[in-house]
Design a protein around this ligand. Structure first.
Ligand code: ADP
Ligand code: MG
Length: 327
């Protein structure tokens, strides 16, 4: 028996995520009604994932559900916002109940972890496309923006860089690596963990912040441009995971540009942010307890442009070809 649109919404989405007191009206009417406290600003982010473009055909639907929400929560994290609500526009080739069940499970598990309620959406037939809009609350005037970096500020990133980019290469080129490393790297690509706690803890501390979706060079570039400043980046100090380092060490024959993945590859969903050196101790107090860790990778300067240096002082040249390759 074919399932109706109404059945799908009721069965898989009406109860997805957390139950929140500030939802006056959720799924089921013409629009949701949400209560925003008077001392908060509403942060709104939206991202679309397209089958075969943002994830390979045949990707586990639970991972798609997770990632569609995760990339939006990552945007909220980069604003220092506390995630609250989400809406979901889903375009499906056909109503496959196994697919829907797994997708809703992946979406809902992440939503619950961050106290997010799914409050509405849309359902249409067509090539598989997932659009999520996420809404978060941030104390008025305290959001982390891209335009607040100042000369002398230190540049930090959370977590490790390049894992997702390496995973994509391993999948595309069907390269064998030890299962332990492969599982870790593929999880970094398919199930990114939005750095929500870190983003919220950076409120009042960071001058500027962005989440890393297009690669550190490109995304830090946005901060520098918006802030009207430049920077030096110490490329040898970028945080690399054990799986990343050992995978590259084991394969000396790998293309040299793989080494540039932590700089240029996308899909890391870590945070990059700037903090004045005077707030170093406060930063440690705010982020020191978090699992993801954080590391200083550069310094903001008055001279515009981004200078990438090795520890011996020599410049690191990321070739135009390498750059476009990942861009
Ligand atoms: P309308 O035609 O008035 O836009 P719909 O029939 O599209 O209403 O949707 C009915 C209700 O179900 C609305 O509250 C809508 O927000 C919700 N909804 C539709 N699709 C989804 C979805 N994929 N996830 C969550 N809620 C959905
Ligand atoms: Mg309507």
């Amino acid at each position: 028996m074919p399932v109706s649109e109404f059945d799908i919404i009721q069965r898989y989405f009406a109860g997805a995520g957390s139950r929140r007191d500030d939802v006056v009206l959720g799924v089921g009417d013409d629009a949701a009604l949400l209560r925003v406290p008077p001392d908060r600003e509403l942060a709104v982010a939206m991202d679309t994932l397209v089958d075969g473009v943002h994830f390979p055909y045949g990707t586990d639907p639970a991972a798609i559900g997770h990632k569609a929400l995760a990339v939006n929560l990552s945007d909220l994290a980069a604003m220092g916002a506390d995630p609250a609500w989400a809406t979901l526009a889903l375009t499906l080739p056909q109503p496959d109940t196994d697919w829907l069940e797994a997708f809703a499970r992946g979406f809902s598990a992440l939503a619950q972890r961050f106290g997010v309620q799914l409050v509405g959406g849309d359902l249409t037939r067509g090539p598989l496309t997932v659009t999520v809009q996420a809404h978060g609350l941030v104390p008025a005037g305290r959001a982390l923006r891209r335009d607040g970096a100042r000369p002398g500020d230190e540049i930090y990133v959370t977590g490790t860089l390049g894992d997702a980019g390496l995973a994509l290469r391993l999948l595309q080129e069907d390269i064998a690596v030890p299962a332990m490393h492969r599982d870790f790297l593929v999880a970094r690509l398919e199930c990114p963990q939005p750095r929500v706690q870190a983003g919220m803890a950076l409120g009042g501390l960071a001058g500027a912040a962005i989440d890393l979706s297009d690669g550190l060079l490109a995304d830090l570039g946005h901060i520098l441009e918006r802030s009207g400043v430049g920077a030096t980046l110490w490329v040898d100090r970028l945080p690399r995971s054990t799986a990343f380092r050992e995978t590259l060490e084991d394969r000396p024959g790998l293309e040299v540009d793989w080494d540039h993945l932590p700089l240029a590859a996308g899909d890391d969903y870590e945070l990059c942010f700037t903090v004045p050196p005077s707030r170093r101790a406060a930063l440690q107090a705010a982020l020191g307890g978090l699992d993801c860790g954080y590391l200083k990778v550069g310094i903001v300067e008055e001279e515009t442009g981004l200078r990438c240096l090795h520890d011996d002082g020599s410049p690191c040249v990321v070739g135009a070809a390498g750059y476009r390759h990942f861009g």
